[in-house]
Design a protein around this ligand. Sequence first.
Ligand SMILES: *Cc1c(COP(=O)(O)O)cnc(C)c1O
Length: 397
Amino acid sequence: MPGFELFGDKERKEVQDVMDSGVLMRYGFDAMRNGHWKTKELETALAKRMQVKYAHAVSSGTAALTVALASAGVGAGDEVIMPTFTFVASFESILALGAVPILADIDDTLTLKPEAVEKAISPRTKVIMPVHMCGSMANLDALKAICDQYGLLLLEDACQAIGGTYKGKPLGSIGDMGCFSFDYVKTITCGEGGAIITNNGTYYENAHKYADHGHDHIGNNRGAEEHPFLGYNFRISEMNSAVGVAQLSRLDEFLNIQKRNYSILREALSSIPEVVFRTVPNGGEENYSFLSYFLPSENLAQKAHQVLGDKGVDGCFYWYNNNWHYYKKWEHLTNMKSLGNLPKDVKEVLPDYNEADFSESDKWMSRNISCLIKLGWSEEEVKTRAKQMVDAIKAVL
Ligand SMILES: *Cc1c(COP(=O)(O)O)cnc(C)c1O
C-alpha cells in the first residue's frame, strides 16, 4: 500500500519548485511564489480524480475527519456511529468536537453492518461514519438508505481505500463527505496530510474556514479577513502538498501494481477451501491495498498468523489483538483516560464499552488475517510469498 515505496523524481521536482520560491505556506505571499500553489493544485486534481465539486487538503487524515464533522455542524452531545474495527482517529475526531462515538458491529465486509447501525440510532444521532478498512467498503446503498430514512449524514472514512470504487463511483464521493489520509503509510503519501471531498458547497465553505482559524479567505489581504466562526489550524504545508501532487498523479500506477500483486496472492490462497475471503459488497471494487481472509476458527487464525511471522512473511496482521485498530484494546477510550475532563455531554452519554456486546464483530475479527500488499515487490517475490502463505496456512489446518 505505501506510496513511500515508489518515491522518486516526480516528487523531487514538485518539492524543488517549493524550495525555489521559498513559500511553504498555502495562503498568501502571492508575489514571491512564482505561480506555485501546490495545495490548490492538489485540491483541484483530487476533486477531478474523485469526480466531486470540492476538495480541501489539511494536515492529516485525523484533521480531515475532525474538519468534516465540524463542517457539517457536529458538536457537543451529537452522536456519530462508527465501527468497532477502524483506526483510533475515528473516535479521536469525534471526541475532539465534544461529540460521542457510538460503536457498532462490523460484519464479513470488515466494516459497518447496516442492521447494527440501525439499532445504534438514537434521537441524538447525526452521522454514520463507515470506515473503508483495508481497501474495501461497507454496503453503502444500505447505509445511505438508513441515512435517508433517519435524516443522518454519511461521512466516508476512505483513508485506507483511495482508488476503490462502489457502483462505479470513487470511494469517498458517495456520502455527504469523504476523507482521505496521506500519511506516510497510506497508498499515496504527502509525508503527513489529508483531505476532505464533497459536493456540498456549504460544507466546503465551512471546511476551509474551520481548518484555518475561521478565516473567510475573501480577498488577498489575510489581515483584513473576517472570521464568521471559530476555527483551528489544520493547514497542510506547501512542501507536503507538493509531494501529494506527484503521488496523486501516480495513483493509477500504484493501484495497478497493487491489483497485480493482490491477484497473485489471492489466486494462490484460493486453492485452500478453508480460506474464505472478506466480502466485497455487490458493485464494489477494492483498491487492493490488503488481502483479507477468514480461517475457520480463532485458534487456526492465531496459529496461522504465528507461523507466517515465524517464516518471516511480513505485513500479515491479526487485527483482533492489535492496539490501534480494534475496540478491545482501546482502554484509553473505554476507561475515558483523558488528560483533562471530557465534556459533560460525552461523559453522560458514552456507553460503557467494557460491558458492550460486540460478539458479532469478535466472530469475524478473531478469524481474520489481513496481508498488506506492497508496491515494491518483484513478480518473483510475490510468487515466493504466495507459496509461503499457502504453506503456512496448510501447516496449521
Ligand atoms: C490513517 C487513518 C486515519 C488517520 O490518518 P492520519 O493522516 O494518520 O491522521 C483515519 N482513518 C483511517 C481508517 C486510517 O487508516
